[in-house]
Write a protein that binds this ligand. Sequence first.
Ligand SMILES: [Zn+2]
Length: 407
Amino acid sequence: MQQRKAILVILDGLGDRGNPELDGLTPLQYASTPHLDSLAKRSMVGLMDPIAPGIRAGSDTSHLNLLGYNPYEVYTGRGPFEAAGLDMDLEPGDIAFRCNFSTVDENLVVLDRRAGRIKEGTHELVEAINGIKIEDVTFYVKEGVEHRAALIMRGAGLSSKVSDVDPHGTGKRIHLAKPLSKDAEKTARLLNEFVVRAHKILENHPVNIERKKNGLKPANILLPRGAGMVPHLEKFEKKYGMKGACVVGAPLIRGICKLAGMEPVDFSGATGSYDTDMRGKFEHAVKSLNTHEFVLVNIKATDIAGHDMLPRKKVEVIERIDDAIGYLMEIMPEDTVLVVTADHSTPCTVGDHSGDPVPIMLYASDARKEGKEFNEVSCARGSLRIKGSDLMNIVLNLTNRAEKFGA
Ligand SMILES: [Zn+2]
């Protein structure tokens, strides 16, 4: 049996519901998608519940589940995956947070949660507060894009069961982190002390003095949220016997892949926004097949259109994806297994993730040819009705890598 390699394309938030602006069709039904449809005709098709029927999956919990890591066991919060996505070094047991650089007044009331969408200077600000030690706990900070950052607490006796410091709105005083369980008292106490100590340093930092002079909002506080404990994930290669790579713009998804031991393939066009270079992503995925057996590609633009509640924008994004899929089919080595699916639905009528199942197709040169068109309704007539946690088993089978159960 010839073992094959696989590309898993996750069109983030692709699934949708019938939209009144699109004659009651989903954006995927409405869009003109000759390449995706032609692929469906040569693929096994069906519907997938990213976690379980009706469960509204997050991108993080869904990606974990699709890769075979039970989110109910390994997921305590978003922080660790954001931090890993920013290439911070993490150790199992660390507590990690996503953060915003924000602007507060002298009473710690939030004036701007994004510090005027600060573009420059956060690296210098981070340097001034990175490595602070309080008692036996060290705080590590790293900047992300614009006002975004991540924070790690490393030390003994820490817990992820603490509430957010970020009040999630302007005009509100920052919240003190509260312990949500008895063993989280130390974590909450030290986190609050760090936030105040960092605020004093940031307030008087030259970057902020300069900003104030120029009429810009100072990035004078770091507001943590989304606490999570860094989980131990069995390495993807050990789990599946395939070296994994990922071509992903969104730091959260990149972080999940990284914590699973997959290798990120970065290039300037690999963004997590509307302007992402889709053809470029597939080009890099195909190149990665020279050194890896499995490549995950995530395209976030479909999800953004769903959150923005813009069905016609979602149609346009899907048609761009279709063009890139046509290109992928031209450059992909023969006998690669190609899976196209989504991590959850983000219906434009909802503006957020929903629990509706997503379409899936699995192409291999000898796959059963089941599909007609690639969309939520047509795929429902295929053979598959699976959960996200079934996906890797099916990939192992189609790549001729599954171990036989029994004689
Ligand atoms: Zn998602």
